[in-house]
Design a protein around this ligand. Structure first.
Ligand code: COA
Length: 531
């Protein structure tokens, strides 16, 4: 495979301006993530530690292999949403335990006693989906006051899926291990109840459908926490617990031991020898445009994320606004589709063909999405831009190889769909901090509505109020711009996290490795393509 020849000049003014802007954005992401680690705040963290308990990230750290990794997912879930602690009250990610990649979660006991809120629920459901799609055993640390009672209407009905998913994975021979390290009531009790392996920590785990006050209210029976749902009772009498751990460290040791005898085997391909890229990943900060309206050559990104910067480009002279080709990332074969401007009929057709080729050979696909949409205008409509765009959407929808998406800039319009946006089931989807996402840019959207309003007024013979219309246009533009921001997007779980561009290669490597727990199979079956 040919090596990509980079044309980046690090002394270039635009490069330096991009570098400075992206560095500031990366710092803002890190700052937001630091805030998430504060859990429910000083008062509750202090109380938690005084009770001799470990914090969720400490539990995860102790569970991991010393030379393993932990890729935290959706750390900023709920960011900017009123009443939701950043992170959604649950920590989750992919990490290596006893040599096995697992989907690890830990409820945040310092936030409302670990009660599950609306955004924590959405995050939990996505984490469960990642475990299922990639065939990852689950290890969860649970201490949960069940449903967030103040917001029960938002979680009660969809929350049932949490328990359904655990047993469906079990049926598929994807085991779940649950370590109960605190009080787990109602829904919190069904998490161990549904798991394949349950560890309860002595004197700490308290698991019941209803705590002593509710039992007294319901039946008049007077009882205490320990006899109603203590770890000793569940390990010796009810059988809800399979292992009685002396303390949290012992519970973590038992969880590691369980993973070690799962006899786990990956069903996907083994990576070949790894070659680092020839160019520094640090340069990605200066390559990506801080202003997403300014395009940049995706080959410069590819050169910094693929093994040996080697890229076998497909149809280079055709449909130039979509760069397609084959490469290896951390030894795993991939087909890459990367935007280089708007999608035309030719680029969409090329994308659809490339997706078919990769499916034929069972090669995972990586989408580097930086798309302002499909081309518009009479000439392009006549050229069948709709049917050609639909062809690419058809291909991405019916593709059966693992898909991964990195948002490296803009994500506007149906380009989001053709380039494997959230609705198209990428195994994992990450964004760079400069990312913008919406139906279209704020200025264009407000401009479109302004024209529509003027035409409507004209049809009705009403005079337009210029001041009112101008104000409405400005307000809408601001609203759309705020809602297009990477932080807004990640807070609403439109992705699996904002990443530092410099970590793209390693994060893709982890993603490909995790995905290869399941056999990689392509397809040659598609919906009807309109020609
Ligand atoms: N929904 C909403 N808020 C909850 C909650 C829930 N399910 N459980 C606890 N909280 C809140 C508390 O009101 C408290 O808020 P405050 O500090 O602003 O007053 C905060 O979370 C911490 O709770 P606290 O009881 O002080 O923590 P704890 O660690 O001493 O006890 C529990 C934890 C889980 C034992 C206890 O909070 C409890 O029994 N909660 C109710 C559990 C329940 O019945 N759930 C049914 C769900 S269907």
């Amino acid at each position: 495979m040919r090596v990509i020849q980079s044309r980046i000049n690090t002394r270039d003014e635009r490069y330096q301006a991009n570098y400075a802007a992206m560095s500031t954005l990366v710092e803002a992401v890190e700052e937001a993530q630091r805030a998430t680690r504060a859990g429910g705040g000083e008062k509750y963290v202090k109380r938690h530690l005084e009770r001799g308990k470990l914090l969720p990230r400490e539990r995860i750290e102790l569970l991991l292999d010393p030379d393993g990794y932990f890729l935290e997912l959706m750390p900023l879930a709920g960011q900017g949403i009123r009443g939701i602690e950043p992170g959604g009250g649950i920590v989750g990610g992919i990490g290596v335990v006893s040599g096995v990649e697992c989907l690890i979660t830990a409820t945040e006991g310092t936030v409302k006693g670990g009660a599950i809120n609306e955004w924590g629920l959405h995050k939990s459901l996505r984490l469960a989906e990642i475990a299922e799609k990639n065939r990852l055993p689950g290890v969860s640390f649970v201490e949960s006051a069940g449903a967030d009672l103040m917001n029960q209407s938002k979680i009660f009905v969809p929350g049932g899926q949490t328990f359904r998913d655990i047993t469906r994975r079990s049926k598929e021979r994807i085991p779940s291990i649950c370590v109960v390290a605190g009080s787990s009531t109602a829904g919190g009790a069904y998490l161990p109840g549904m798991s394949d392996y349950v560890v309860m920590v002595k004197d700490q785990a308290k698991v019941f459908l209803a705590g002593p006050p509710l039992v007294k209210m319901a039946t008049g029976e007077v009882t205490d926490d320990e006899s109603l749902g203590g770890a000793a009772m569940h390990s010796r009498i009810s059988g809800v617990s399979d292992y009685l751990a002396d303390d949290e460290l012992d519970g973590i040791r038992i969880a590691r031991e369980i993973v070690s005898h799962l006899n786990w085997r990956k069903h996907g391909p083994e990576p070949r020898a790894v070659e680092p890229p020839l160019y520094a990943p640090d340069e990605l900060l200066g390559i990506a445009s801080a202003d997403v309206r300014v395009p940049f050559d995706p080959r410069e990104v590819i050169a910094r994320i693929v093994d040996g910067s080697r890229f076998a480009e497909f149809k280079r002279e055709y449909g130039g606004t979509l760069t397609c080709g084959w490469a290896y990332i951390h030894g795993y074969p991939v087909g890459i589709l990367a935007n280089h401007g708007v999608l035309f009929s030719e680029s969409a057709n090329k994308g659809a063909q490339f997706i078919q080729l990769c499916n034929q050979q069972a090669i995972p696909l990586v989408f580097l999405q930086n798309i302002s949409g499909f081309i518009v205008g009479r000439q392009y409509e006549e050229g069948g831009i709709i049917k050609n765009g639909a062809k690419m959407i058809n291909a991405v929808s019916n593709s059966e190889v693992p898909l991964f998406t990195i948002m490296t800039g803009a994500s506007y319009g149906a380009g989001n769909y053709a380039m494997c946006g959230r609705s198209y089931d990428p195994r994992l989807l990450f964004t760079w901090p400069n990312h913008r996402i919406a139906v279209m840019g704020g200025e264009q959207l407000a401009g479109v509505l302004d024209i529509v309003r003027r035409e409507a007024a004209e049809k009705q013979g009403i005079a337009v109020d210029e001041q009112q219309l101008g104000m409405a246009k400005k307000m809408l533009e601001t609203q759309v711009n705020n809602e297009s921001d990477a932080f807004y997007a990640t807070g609403h779980l439109w992705d699996d996290g904002i990443i530092d561009p410099r970590q793209t290669r390693d994060i893709l490597g982890i993603s490909l490795s995790a995905a290869s727990n399941r056999a990689v199979e392509g397809t040659s079956q598609w919906g009807v393509f309109r020609h």
